[in-house]
Design a protein around this ligand. Sequence first.
Ligand SMILES: *Cc1c(COP(=O)(O)O)cnc(C)c1O
Length: 384
Amino acid sequence: MSDHAFATRAIHAGQEPDPVTGAIIPPIYQSSTHVQDGIGGFRGGYEYNRAGNPTRTSLETQLAALEGGVRALSFSSGLAAEDALLRGILRPGDHVVLGNDVYGGTYRLLTKVHAAWGIDSTIVELGDADALRGALRPETKIVWIETPSNPLLKVVDIAKTVEIAHAAGVLVVVDNTFASPALQNPLALGADFVVHSTTKYLGGHSDVLGGAVIFGDDRFVDPVKFQQFAVGAVSAPLDGWLTTRGIKTLAVRMRQHSANAQAIAEWAAARPEFETVYYPGLASHPGHEIAASQMSGFGGMLSLALAAGPQAARAFAESTELFQLAESLGGVESLIGYPPDMTHASVRGTELAVPENVVRLSVGIEDIADLIADLEQGLDRPTR
Ligand SMILES: *Cc1c(COP(=O)(O)O)cnc(C)c1O
């Protein structure tokens, strides 16, 4: 599949028709175990489903092809994937450097869970090369990048960060959830691992939770696979199958998400109600040049800071109709959220706190005129 373009790989990798019936869609192997032809005589290598399931294999093959990796492992959530990767690499006493705008759950996982098992972490502004170099220690094993970031859409130069980390013998993980592999391929820019919350754009329809690790080379496949097997946060057959189905339309969805978000960013930039529009597709965004060089589109996420302050931001988030008030992102339907009290409540008062006048939009693929009309009526409502 590697000689085919992205949209083709997304549809065909790991999707061979069923050899017995010719069904064009590989079936959902809703089975917890597999019959053996004599003890240890596994058919297709399958025994018990925590170790492997054909539907999961199909998804993992597809995921590896999307990111150009040697292998992918699929999990029951994005955080389960992150956890298995961290535990596969790190030992007590090790240290991780995190960008200062990473997903709140990643920060919580490291500082509230892994810290208790002897993992230390430092938050830095990854765009500042000196700050990054200064944060690296002999015990540093991982630099964790999220770009564009959540919810302020900060852009980190992946290749440059990889160069600094690799010069110090440090591995690089990129959380590619916001961009999706349709728009950005961190492994091609030198990163060692990509993680995804497949709950978001890859699943794409807000109907399944999942996560993945994709490996640039073989070094850590076995230890992370061991964590997946020994701890057991695998993706279930139906969840895996739904994710695979979502991925097949990823290329066209991301084009429309990006086009709609760009139109909304330009609309918002011209409205006095917004003091800042956080969207890398705007030339005024500080990360625009880097985003344009490492992404093939700017994605469907954007945040808006309300000039009138926190109360206006809360009221706006509660006033839209098509943009439904909900956590999560990346589905075909548009969502609006108030990060300080919703997705980012766990980082309030920390170095990762989000400004209190910011709302976050996950721009869906509905008709753009309807979406803008909805935001306009939301602004026009009197503040409650
Ligand atoms: C949602 C999200 C995660 C966590 O994924 P879950 O599937 O919710 O466990 C990690 N990183 C980013 C950027 C996310 O948006």
